[in-house]
Write a protein that binds this ligand. Sequence first.
Ligand code: LLP
Length: 398
Amino acid sequence: MDDALKLNRDTARELLNRFGSPLYVYDEEILRTRCQQMRHLLQYSGFHPCYSAKANSNVELLKIIHEEGFHADAMSPTEIALDLEAGFLPEEITFYSNNIPQSEMLEAVRKNIHLCLDSLDQLDAYGEIAPHTAAAVRINPGIGAGHNQKVITGGQTKFGISLDELAEIHTIAEKHDLIIEGLCMHVGSLFLEPTVYLKASEILFHTAMQFHDLKFLDLGGGFGVPYHGEARLDLTAMGSQLDQLIQSFVQTYGRTIEIRTEPGRYVSAECCQLLGTVTARKHNGPVTYIGTDIGFNVLMRPVLYDSYHEIVGYSDSTKREVSTVVGDICESGDILGNERNLPVLQRGDLIGVMNAGAYGYSMCSNYNGRLRPAEVLLSNGTVRLIRHRDTIESMLIQ
Ligand code: LLP
């Protein structure tokens, strides 16, 4: 947690005075540090990390991530457009699709962007519109990991092609004269202990022996960050275990191929603090509620997954109390933090939500007609606006 962005009270107040509340604040140095750690995960020279833009697709952040030597994945034509806008070349982007129409496949092919197909049927659909080309497929290794059932993707889920359907991949590829150039997997999001990831990687290496034209293997993302004081994921230990697996795979496969990972959260979570303002306090029964302008339209993770984000209270008070921090959305579930030990907060005080840089802004909505906040970037003592707050005018355009 010490490694995550935590602003002091004066800076927080200055930023909100200048850019309005609530506000997503990012720190360039922390973002670059996380990128560099991921770049050095493996010794293997054919290693390439691809940033998973779904975690945070702000173009200014994408530019930095590209500068740090990442390639990218995209989940949609919009994410492809954002990756391109940030400077990623078409050959540096993979469209990691899930249940998409052929029109989207065609759009990507026309831009020279390669796809990873998520089912036999999608591979067949792709072959119909782009025969005689190369594509990757997503394998479901049968095991998964993640912070919540909703984000575990390996095992019994909608994702990937199961291991007992491998023969049919070859049949469909032959039918459309496709080269299977890559195998991908993603076991799920947020593990701090790498056993499942390593096991699934072994399964992927084993599976790869049945595909002779591979250019790459993509081991997926999921690298966790500590939201609640847990020990950090040991990237060095994990990397050296992966390097060993890769070495023995390359020997058996008979040649080197590119190895990719697809981190999202690890890259962008910790460089961001979400700032907000206390708008009311009240006692309902035994509970003290601190009302703020950070509703679940601004940060959805606590409501959707019961996720924990540390909340910092910026107050003059030296007294502390246990309070429940809530937002301004008209639902009882709109709780940012339950029973937190915080300084006594009054109307006008500020709060900061830690580790908000991944799946924060990218999952924002306009629910209740609320405006999505602005985003700013701190770099070398300067601050600049990297996304405007929504306006009511922009909401009136249908
Ligand atoms: N690759 C694929 C195919 C994915 O589906 C994902 C995330 C990633 C890579 C990046 O995973 P990461 O390294 O960020 O864990 N909204 C949830 C997380 C959903 C993750 C979806 N897929 C949350 O806020 O925790």
